[in-house]
Structure formats: structure tokens, C-alpha cells
Ligand binder design. Structure first.
Ligand SMILES: Cc1cc2nc3c(=O)[nH]c(=O)nc-3n(C[C@H](O)[C@H](O)[C@H](O)COP(=O)(O)O)c2cc1C
Length: 91
């Protein structure tokens, strides 16, 4: 979350709405940035590039239901749901 301190200062000292971005990799980080008033929004860059299902994975991990899949992602949806439904493999 290396750029969040800048979003925080600009928002709270400059009274300008900000979007924090930069190595924000988990929904929990987004929630804490927003809840603590450090930014108005968070953007997710590289995590989405490495995992286009990032949003769906984070929602599932937090048990927060689902949102519509982008039409371009629809072919991946059933496979994603099958994989998520599998019990975790013991190490
Ligand atoms: C492919 C790519 C394109 C980017 N293009 C821009 C851009 O046009 N303008 C900008 O301000 N930042 C751009 N960035 C930087 C991101 O906004 C962001 O600061 C950076 O990727 C760190 O966030 P992340 O850890 O979520 O990827 C880009 C980053 C990537 C990986």
C-alpha cells in the first residue's frame, strides 16, 4: 500500500477526493483504507492483471456473495465456481 500515505494526505490535508492505488492486493486492505478515511476509493492494478477473477475470488473468500461477471469473463465463470467448490487439498 505504498502510495496510500499520499492519498491520505491529499484527501485529509488538501480536502480533495482521492483514489489509493499501489500494491493493494486484498479486499481487507481496501476496506481498511476506506473505513479509516484514508481515501475515497481504491484501485487495483497488477493484481487484476495477474488474476482477472480477483474481485470474484475476494468476494468468495469473504463470503460476500457475488457480482455480475463481465461478458468477456463469462466462459471462465463455471470453471471458477467448480474450482472454488472443491474442498481444499490438505498439505
Ligand atoms: C500496465 C500498467 C499501466 C499503467 N498505466 C498508468 C497510467 O496510464 N497512468 C497512471 O497514473 N498510472 C498507471 N499505472 C500505474 C498504476 O496506476 C499503479 O500506480 C501501479 O500499477 C501500482 O498499483 P498496483 O500495485 O495496483 O498495480 C499503470 C500500471 C500498469 C501495470
Amino acid at each position: 500500500m505504498f502510495q496510500t500515505p499520499m492519498a491520505d494526505r491529499i484527501r485529509n490535508e488538501g480536502q480533495v477526493a482521492t483514489i489509493a492505488v499501489g500494491a493493494i492486493t486484498e479486499a481487507d486492505q481496501v476496506n481498511s483504507v476506506i473505513a479509516s478515511g484514508r481515501a475515497d476509493l481504491c484501485a487495483i492494478g497488477r493484481p487484476f492483471m495477474s488474476d482477472p477473477a480477483w474481485l470474484h475470488r475476494e468476494l468468495a473468500r469473504l463470503g460476500r456473495g457475488s457480482v455480475a461477471w463481465h461478458p468477456a469473463m463469462e466462459p471462465a465463470r463455471t470453471q471458477f465456481e467448480r474450482v472454488l467448490a472443491k474442498p481444499a487439498t490438505p498439505l
